[in-house]
Ligand binder design. Structure first.
Ligand SMILES: NC(=O)c1ccc[n+]([C@@H]2O[C@H](COP(=O)([O-])OP(=O)(O)OC[C@H]3O[C@@H](n4cnc5c(N)ncnc54)[C@H](O)[C@@H]3O)[C@@H](O)[C@H]2O)c1
Length: 259
């Protein structure tokens, strides 16, 4: 018996076996869920996701190409999912992008209009784009989560434009939760601590973030992918049926510390 028994949904954001989305999927599968996946366009990207998902025991996954900045791609994914599964119960939004040229310590003020627009579009707007397509498929209600970071609330040198995108993502979470609640669709975000992933390695000063977190967090360590995965499974399950519009920290307590 798992807390996700009988539930089906889609996971956006597996790049490899180190992705937050991979750990989230691991917990979801362990708890009984059935997952569909997307990959960035291209045979190499497809192969990577296929291999990562195989590690989780899924040899023949529901898998489609999707650049989330394309409305056409998102339409195609949710239309096909509706045709194949009829209804879904959850969506995992675990994607973000910013031009790494603007993720260097000290160069936030050099951010271009183009870099800003692209980062906000892919990292925050896509939560709305996915939710508006998922909602009609969530006929028995549903749960949507995204991944945020403390750099959306406080200045973390090097996080730069991604911090602005996370602020937008977190408040988007609240507005979506307020509107979709009457359909019994819940929307929450996890503010996760730093984890060594492809996306994290693009952020200037990431090593300092790991060291600082391990020194200052109440638990005196960094968090694991499994810890985020398990919290995601809770938020996507009926165990959290009264929770919506929240930003849930999985950061070893780092966010409570002032000094
Ligand atoms: N790793 C960390 O330290 C950390 C901490 C807190 C929050 N997060 C957030 O977790 C989420 C997942 O990142 P991760 O750390 O697992 O890194 P990751 O590189 O493994 O995953 C990022 C994913 O975003 C996807 N993506 C980028 N642009 C896309 C697009 N246009 N369309 C579709 N997908 C696209 C990539 O394909 C990749 O799968 C992100 O929102 C990230 O900001 C990461």
């Amino acid at each position: 018996m798992g807390i996700m028994d009988g539930k089906k949904g889609i996971v956006f954001g597996i790049a490899n076996e180190r992705s937050y989305a991979w750990y989230i999927t691991q917990s979801l599968i362990q708890q009984g869920a059935e997952c569909a996946y997307t990959h960035l366009p291209g045979a190499k990207m497809e192969r990577r996701v296929r291999n990562a998902v195989k590690e989780l025991g899924n040899e023949d996954p529901w898998l489609m190409s999707c650049d989330a900045s394309s409305d056409e791609d998102l339409d195609a994914v949710f239309t096909k999912l509706g045709e194949d599964w009829g209804k879904i119960d959850f969506v995992v939004h675990s994607i973000a992008f910013a031009d790494r040229q603007f993720l260097e310590i000290g160069n936030f003020h050099t951010t271009t209009r183009e870099a800003w627009t692209q980062a906000l579009d892919i990292s925050a707007y896509t939560l709305i784009a996915m939710s508006q397509r998922a909602a009609p498929l969530m006929t028995d209600g549903g749960s949507i989560i995204s991944m945020s970071y403390y750099g959306g609330e406080k200045v973390i040198p090097g996080y730069n434009i991604m911090g602005i995108a996370k602020s937008a993502l977190e408040h988007t979470t609240r507005y979506l939760a307020a509107e979709l609640g009457e359909k019994n669709i819940r929307v929450n975000s996890i503010s996760g601590g730093p984890l060594r992933t492809l996306a994290a390695m693009a952020v200037g000063g990431i090593s300092e973030m790991f060291d600082h977190q391990a020194n200052k967090a109440p638990l005196k360590r960094n968090i694991t992918g499994e810890e985020v995965g398990n919290t995601a499974a809770f938020l996507l399950s009926d165990l959290s049926s009264g929770v919506t519009g929240e930003i849930v920290y999985v950061d070893a307590g780092f966010n409570i510390v002032g000094l």
